[in-house]
Design a protein around this ligand. Structure first.
Ligand code: GDP
Length: 463
């Protein structure tokens, strides 16, 4: 399939539904749709743009005969006023799997090619309807599972990040233009920017890039999620906490030690942070073969975790198993929140040792729910800086964007150093242009085909 082909795909999910939508996009969209969709009143090519018309849908059989296959609505969108920026026809038919497949087959028989994964959005990007960051946000919008993910994706899709990137890019463009003018016409005072302005321009761009880069801590915590392990000795209340966070009885809770043997996991939004939560077997020495495998898996999960919620029974003395889990946790390098559980039973004096050992501690009772809010605030404070508003601030949400911003900052720091060392200005200019190129890759104004292909391969067909 070439870029100039007219393509078609089903844009609604596969399955049974009231309706399904087949989207046809490209130069020949109307011509192709006209061969398979006949409105009752006038020819499809004469129908006003953006208006739904009712008609019959036909499949051209191989013998040349046309067979009526369904009836439905068609909407014609004229370039550039469509999602893809091309002529587009959307046909809504009845939502059965076979009907939908047959209508799509009718589009192919009428001359459309099959659209690839993310093909419509890729065309929207190539036609300048969307920045790459907006296309990525659109993809996140479809898969959002928490309110905060939705907020973030909506803001991204409306261009918050691409505007943030654009601002830095434009600022750097005026700095590099000024430097180029100085290089090309050293004797004429063509540049509107003084040396101090140039220095300040680089400094501001670096500050802005670093600020955007820092939003990834929150963006990642919301959009991608933090692998989080609940661990501790048996009967500390790990499964009870897991159930509190997940919101149902996913994990078995008993006072029989060693009940949780395998790792169970669930993704939840807690304190606005998306936690990929793992409940693990209690860490203890055991002769039970199956439980021992569970303990090994728990240790492995601890090593891979980014956040550990270490649960202690605050009503009891710290035992050998607690101390062993503390050393296991200390070796992991993850962020740790120590939960001193069972506050409803009073606190043993050993809880002071836990408070001394861990920077982040929360006293709570999974039985009564008291203190759960403090845990939520504590976890939020680890990933939110307080000033971020997910609905309107520019936030970096994936590794591709983050890596490019790190590169931008690196080049800007080199430019700054070069300036301080009085290196010839063309070297400074090269660093600035490299920074601009890294930025341009983020919103896609300048980006390699491999990156574009990789971004859109994550989309589904029909998007
Ligand atoms: P795990 O082995 O660490 O997963 O611990 P469980 O969640 O299975 O809990 C072990 C026992 O402690 C169960 O009998 C729970 O009902 C009890 N338990 C858990 N949390 C609390 C709490 O906050 N207060 C009280 N009183 N009991 C709790």
């Amino acid at each position: 399939m070439g870029f100039f082909d007219t393509v078609a795909a089903v844009s609604t999910p596969r399955g049974f539904g009231g309706i399904a939508v087949i989207r046809i996009s490209g130069d020949k969209a109307v011509e192709i749709a006209e061969r398979m969709f006949v409105p009752f009143e006038k020819k499809l090519s004469d129908v006003e743009a953006n208006r739904a018309v009712y008609g019959k849908i036909y499949l051209s059989e191989t013998d040349g005969k046309k067979r009526e296959i369904d009836d439905g609505l068609a909407v014609v969108f004229r370039a550039p006023h469509s999602f893809t920026g091309e002529d587009t026809v959307e046909i809504s038919c009845h939502g059965g799997v076979l009907i939908t497949d047959t209508v799509l087959r009718a589009a192919f028989a009428a001359g459309a090619k099959a659209a690839g994964a993310g093909e419509f959005t890729r065309r929207a990007f190539v036609n300048g309807k969307l920045a790459l960051t907006e296309a990525e946000a659109l993809s996140s919008l479809l898969t959002a599972a928490t309110d905060d993910q939705l907020k973030l994706a909506r803001a991204g899709a409306s261009g918050t990040l691409s505007r943030g990137i654009s601002k830095i890019y434009e600022d750097l463009l005026s700095v590099s233009t000024a430097i180029r003018a100085k290089i090309d016409f050293p004797d004429e005072d063509l540049s509107e920017l003084s040396d101090e302005d140039i220095e300040r321009g680089i400094k501001t761009a670096l500050k802005d890039a670093k600020k955007l880069e820092a939003t990834y801590k929150t963006g990642r915590a919301v959009a991608i999620g933090i692998p989080t392990v609940i661990c501790g000795r048996t009967n500390a209340g790990k499964s009870s906490l897991y159930n509190r966070l997940v919101g149902d009885d996913a994990a078995i809770v008993t006072d029989i030690a060693g009940t949780t043997r395998d790792i169970i996991s669930e993704t939840v939004s807690f304190g606005g942070v998306t936690l990929k939560l793992f409940d693990t077997a209690g860490l203890r020495e055991t002769d039970d073969k199956v439980e021992r495998i569970g303990v090994e898996r728990a240790k492995d999960a601890i090593r891979k975790a980014e956040l550990i919620i270490a649960v202690f029974d605050g009503s009891a003395e710290l035992g050998e198993d607690d101390l062993n889990s503390i050393s296991e946790i200390e070796n992991s390098g993850a962020a740790v929140v120590a939960v001193i559980n069972k506050s409803d039973l009073g606190q043993h004096r050993d809880t002071d040792k836990i408070k001394k050992k861990f920077k982040n501690t929360v006293v709570l009772s999974t039985a009564t729910g008291e203190g759960i809010d403090s845990l939520s605030e504590k976890i939020r404070s680890l990933y939110f800086d307080g000033e971020i508003d997910l609905s309107c601030d520019a936030v970096v949400t994936n590794e591709r964007q983050h890596a490019a911003l790190v590169l931008t900052s690196d080049h800007l720091r080199s430019a700054q150093e070069a300036l301080e060392l009085s290196v010839p200005v063309d070297a400074v200019c090269s660093d600035i242009e490299r920074a601009m190129s890294a930025l341009a890759g983020i919103d896609g104004r300048e980006v390699g085909e491999d990156i574009v292909a990789s971004v859109f391969s994550k989309f589904c067909v029909g998007k």
